[in-house]
Design a protein around this ligand. Structure first.
Ligand code: G3H
Ligand code: 13P
Ligand code: ZN
Length: 330
């Protein structure tokens, strides 16, 4: 089995200068599509579940489906990651489920909406680091705040990361990977006008800290997917994402983990709408979930190539959580 600590996946990416997508999953078809893309392109991969996804699947179902991905793909390094954990308790639950990595998003309070302060963020992050490292589990945290509101994740007010604060935060918490805010946001409506990211802030943070950097809200919201959704009865006017060239520039400047959820949702929805429109007689879920899975595989494979992840699956011998436990206890 190649369940690996996310820290290893990201540090290997940092050494070689490529990005690794962290793809959100809620069900079997999404997991299978992402893993098939990882096989196709020979890429290490991070599959991540939000609190909402875990709740939707009653925790155990999704946990076991993610484990199945690891069992079925023994030669692919896979990290199972909790996305936007909101408390020590949410991290504990994910670790109990066998996750090799957790995010604690202390940029917001436990409700996932109210902006917190630095002290709150440090305290909750430290408590998760202390707990998770005992199990060899990687911890991602966030400093600064993304704009946008996504089903309980987001306050609606953005706060670009202060590089000096990021440095202090890494020192104060001992976290393994840091999500920063440089102008992206969750969801399908990221920009009203110019698509400007604070690359200068990213550069400054990269100069100051040595751990892997994470970019949330990194879906590109491809025009062809929005056009397909709208063509087959959807209604998503004004949807905009982060252009792939911006993501590639961010990777060059030092981002290692790139979070993608929205684009996967769009690929599946566009395909399902097409099947429903063109074949209204169909009613077997396999007739629309199957094509949706194939479309998602294609989308993720193209991201793995564009982020530079492709071809790196067998670059290194996977570390275990036991190895990490020992490393953390030194
Ligand atoms: O960060 C937000 C992700 O897109 C997860 O969204 O909470 O609706 O599962 P969700
Ligand atoms: P998108 O909404 O841009 O896909 O971002 C997903 C994300 O950041 C999950 O944590
Ligand atoms: Zn996010």
């Amino acid at each position: 089995m190649a369940l690996v600590p996310m820290k290893q996946i990201l540090e290997e990416a940092k050494k070689k200068g490529y990005g690794v997508g962290a793809y959100n999953v809620n069900n079997m078809e999404q997991i299978q599509a992402i893993m098939a893309a990882a096989q196709e392109t020979q890429s290490p991969v991070i599959i991540q579940a939000s609190r909402g996804a875990l709740k939707y699947s009653n925790f155990t179902y999704l946990g076991y489906l993610m484990k199945a991905a690891v069992i079925e793909n023994p030669t692919i390094p896979v990290a199972m990651h909790l996305d936007h954990g909101n408390s020590l308790d949410s991290a504990k639950k994910a670790i109990d489920l066998g996750f090799s990595s957790v995010m604690i998003d202390g940029s917001l309070k436990e409700d996932g909406k109210t902006p917190s302060d630095y002290e709150y963020n440090v305290n909750v992050t430290k408590s998760v680091v202390e707990y998770a490292h005992k199990y060899g589990v990687t911890v991602e945290a966030e400093i600064g705040r993304l704009g946008g509101i996504e089903d309980g994740v987001g306050s609606g007010s953005a706060h670009i990361t202060d590089p000096q604060e990021a440095l202090q935060f890494v020192k104060d918490t001992g976290v393994d990977a840091l999500a920063i805010a440089i102008g992206t946001s969750h969801g399908a409506y990221k920009f009203k006008g110019a698509k400007v990211l604070a690359f200068d802030v990213l550069q400054e943070v990269r100069k100051l800290i040595d751990i892997p950097i994470v970019l949330h809200g990194a879906s590109s919201v491809p025009k062809e997917l929005i056009d397909a959704v709208n063509k087959y009865g959807g209604k998503m006017p004004g949807a905009e994402g982060v252009p792939m060239e911006h993501l590639q520039k961010a990777i060059k400047l030092g981002v290692q983990k790139i979070n993608v959820d929205t684009d996967g949702r769009l690929a599946m929805t566009a395909t399902i709408r097409k099947v429903f429109t063109e074949s209204p007689e169909k009613f077997d879920p396999r007739d629309y979930l199957g094509p949706a899975r194939t479309a998602l595989q294609g989308l993720i494979a193209s991201k793995m190539k564009a982020f530079g992840t492709a071809g790196h699956a067998s670059d290194y011998a996977p570390l275990t959580l036991e190895d990490m436990k020992k490393a953390y206890s030194k």
